[in-house]
Design a protein around this ligand. Structure first.
Ligand SMILES: O=C(O)C[C@H]1C=CC(=O)O1
Ligand SMILES: [Mn+2]
Length: 372
């Protein structure tokens, strides 16, 4: 691939409002950007963003940067793998875990390969079956009335018509009341909830029954990611679809979750999967096992978001759509032209590679000026 340099940049961007999850409250997102240049004049970008430092997952922006700089970069520069598959084989053989970092590096290499061949990344991954994905909006202001007003605004703007509610930081009673009030206000619009592992199995029996009764369409990762048997029991018990998120970690673990039908739906995330190729493998495993799919986000900025969209564009079915709204939660963009959100969805570019133009000067300046 003729790699000349690999730079990892930490770029903090404030969010448009506080974003409240069961594990943290976000007021900014730290984008972890990987910029790779080749000796023959090509460049590619990738992103490995996580949520709330170490509060969501085991990789933080700082650990991702440190590990790429200290381990990934010397290895790739020395070995000079001849293509993306060889690069990922090399990284997987020599570096344990670090799925977020691997996803960013694979994205940047695929961006380069796409530019070299004149093909969008979707075509390197087997080919797209859709040019746009529907995008849910996450209501997480922490206040019911604010959430309802926000939902109505984005419906009017024709930006979103599916709503994900982040719950789990209050009591089950409070959370259920909050969701049902929003569901009532939004009528037929699809409402889904993400509990981010906050409930015990007993709390799930009570909470999910009432959410199901109130017309909620999907229940995401209600219990601990370590409780696979519990997730399966909930899936078997309830009619409402149960979605696995944090527990879906790589193709091998997705294989067993699918084989045992531990969930009705998988949230696929490129970072969590360890890259785009792995995300597509998880999509295939789910489809083969009759598990439905949802295109997840790690609240990435535009680079990780459009990389995810390329991967999700190849899924034969995407029954529960996507939540690729990350860039819309940020107060600033790092692209020359922002991503195209219209008619309740995100348009997937058809240009080579990721099909976006990163504002390189701006990104390097923001990284240099940042105090993190
Ligand atoms: O799904 C998650 O757990 C992470 C993320 C997705 C939307 C959001 O607000 O947080
Ligand atoms: Mn989730």
């Amino acid at each position: 691939m003729n790699i000349k340099s690999i730079n990892t940049l930490l770029v903090p961007v404030p969010t448009i409002r506080a974003h409240k999850l069961s594990c943290t409250v976000m007021n900014e997102q730290v984008l972890v950007l990987v910029h790779i240049e080749t000796n023959d004049g090509l460049e590619g970008w990738g992103e490995a963003t996580t949520i709330g430092g170490l509060s969501y997952a085991e990789e933080s922006p700082h650990s991702i940067k440190t590990n790429i700089d200290a381990y990934f970069t010397p290895l790739l520069l020395q070995e000079q793998p001849s293509n993306v598959a060889e690069a990922m084989k090399l990284l997987n053989k020599n570096i344990h875990g670090n799925r977020f970092a691997k996803s960013a590096v694979e994205t940047a290499l695929l961006d380069i390969q796409g530019k070299r061949l004149g093909l969008p990344i979707s075509e390197l991954l087997g080919g797209r079956v859709r040019d746009r994905v529907e995008v849910a909006w996450t209501l997480a202001s922490g206040d019911t009335e604010t959430d309802i007003a926000e939902a109505k605004r984005v419906i009017n703007e024709r930006k979103h018509r599916i709503f994900k509610l982040k719950i789990g930081s209050n009591s089950v009673d409070q959370d259920v009341a909050h969701v049902l009030e929003i569901k009532k206000a939004l009528g037929e619009y699809r409402v889904i909830v993400d509990i981010n592992q906050a409930w015990t199995e007993l709390q799930c029996l009570d909470g999910i029954s009432r959410l199901q009764e109130g017309g909620v369409a999907l229940i995401e990762q209600p219990i601990s990611q370590r409780n696979k048997a519990g997730l399966k029991r909930l899936t078997d018990r309830f009619n409402v679809a149960i979605m696995a998120d944090e527990i879906v970690q790589d193709p091998q673990n997705a294989f067993w979750l699918a084989a045992e039908h531990c969930a009705d739906v998988f949230a696929v995330k490129i970072n969590q999967a360890g890259g785009l190729t792995n995300a597509c493998l998880i999509g295939k495993i789910a489809a083969l096992a009759g598990v439905d799919l949802y295109g997840g986000t790690m609240l990435e900025g535009p680079i990780g978001t459009i990389a995810s969209a390329h991967a999700f564009s190849t899924f034969p079915t995407l029954a529960y759509d996507t939540e690729l709204f990350g860039p819309l939660l940020l107060t600033d963009t790092i692209l020359k032209q922002p991503l195209e959100y219209k008619d309740f969805g995100l348009v997937i570019p058809n240009k080579p590679g990721l099909g976006i133009e990163v504002d390189k000067e701006k990104v390097y300046l923001l990284a240099k000026e940042s105090k993190i």
